[in-house]
Ligand binder design. Structure first.
Ligand code: SAM
Length: 329
């Protein structure tokens, strides 16, 4: 597409990619146009070999977070593998692009991987995107990437939005390490067991959560982790009603209950990890349970430990269960 472009007194004709006209930063001003052309040139300078799978991050809310390089590669590949073809068609439409789409979701990843490999072997380039954020991060994609690599073909990532990194960057939580858990199991027993196994991890814990389970999950965290730990509830990131709330775990339930809107929308939950000086209660609980489990059932041990230590029975039960399981393996 040719367009007149005026920069610093000179007028010249440039060929703009179609997505440039749909990019949210309006290209009406000459200097901005020059900036865009310069960035576009940078995107084009990288080598883009054929027979390659490009793994491309897309926005998690605000479409303006798409990168110029993502647009560049999406406009040049032969086809795009995507989780939901309707969602991706809409994204491409907003970017002024149209490409053949290949449905690649969790139920067909293995078969699709083989089709993608055949096409790559014939010299095509294919992009892999998910509905939002970075493919393969709590989204389909890992099996396709694995199969493509196993077939000896090239995989090139194009970095961009991901809810985990977005939330962490604005959390102010100081631990250098984080442990990405993603979605917890939906069954309460399995969820609590997993949480128990994470209790002593000395890294910020990162969970993804769907709106309909946010209260249950925060309730489960409150039952199993010390109330003084910091929690960050990051909701609707990059969207109109974005909220990032930091408080103690003990205060999180009340914050959620205070406004019905807070029980809607997509969440990233960040929970401060264990710190050696903070979890003296845990050390005491383990000491008491170790003795009790020698002669009592898990349930009895938890009941007695609650009386002896004044700690929560449910948390002690989960801990006793965990300790008991470990002695069995
Ligand atoms: N691949 C995506 C990524 O890189 O972040 C994650 C996809 S996963 C299916 C969807 C979950 O990510 C949501 O349930 C929520 O926990 C989190 N998420 C995605 N977008 C979000 C947003 N805008 N705000 C808060 N959390 C978000």
């Amino acid at each position: 597409m040719r367009q007149a472009c005026k920069t610093t007194g000179l007028i010249f004709l440039v060929t703009l990619p179609c997505y440039a006209h749909n990019l949210p930063f309006a290209l009406t001003h000459g200097q901005r146009m020059a900036d865009f052309i310069s960035l576009h040139t940078h995107a084009a300078q990288q080598s883009y070999p054929p027979s390659c799978l490009y793994v491309i991050a897309t926005p998690i809310g605000n479409i303006a977070d798409i990168s110029i390089r993502a647009c560049y590669v999406l406009s040049r590949v032969d086809a795009i593998a995507c989780e939901d073809t309707r969602n991706s068609a809409q994204l491409l439409n907003q970017l002024g692009l149209s490409k053949p789409l290949i449905a690649a979701h969790q139920h067909n990843e293995n078969e699709v991987a083989q089709k993608i490999i055949q096409r790559l072997q014939q010299g095509e380039s294919i992009a892999l995107i998910s509905d939002a954020g970075t493919p393969a991060i709590s989204d389909p994609g890992a099996k396709i990437v694995d199969a493509v690599r196993t077939a000896g073909l090239k995989v090139v990532p194009l970095p961009g939005p991901s809810a985990v990194i977005t939330a962490l960057s604005a959390s102010g939580l100081l631990q250098d390490q984080f442990s990405f858990v993603g979605f917890l199991p939906s069954k309460a027993g399995q969820r609590d067991q997993m949480l128990q196994s994470l209790h002593d991890v000395a890294a910020t814990l990162v969970f993804y959560e769907a709106p309909h389970r946010i209260i249950d999950t925060v309730t489960a965290l409150s039952a199993l982790f010390p109330a003084h730990r910091k929690i960050v509830l990051a909701r609707e990131l990059t969207k109109l009603f974005e909220e990032i709330h930091r408080c103690s775990l003990g205060a999180a339930g009340a914050w959620l209950a205070a406004d019905a809107h807070r029980q809607k929308g997509e969440y990233v939950i960040l929970l401060e990890g264990a710190t050696p000086d903070q979890d003296l209660d845990r050390i005491e609980a383990q000491r008491v349970l170790t003795i009790l489990l020698q002669s009592c059932t898990v349930k009895q041990a938890a009941q007695l430990a609650a009386q002896l230590t004044g700690q929560k029975k449910n948390a002690l039960y989960q801990l006793a269960l965990h300790m008991h399981d470990q002695t069995q393996t």
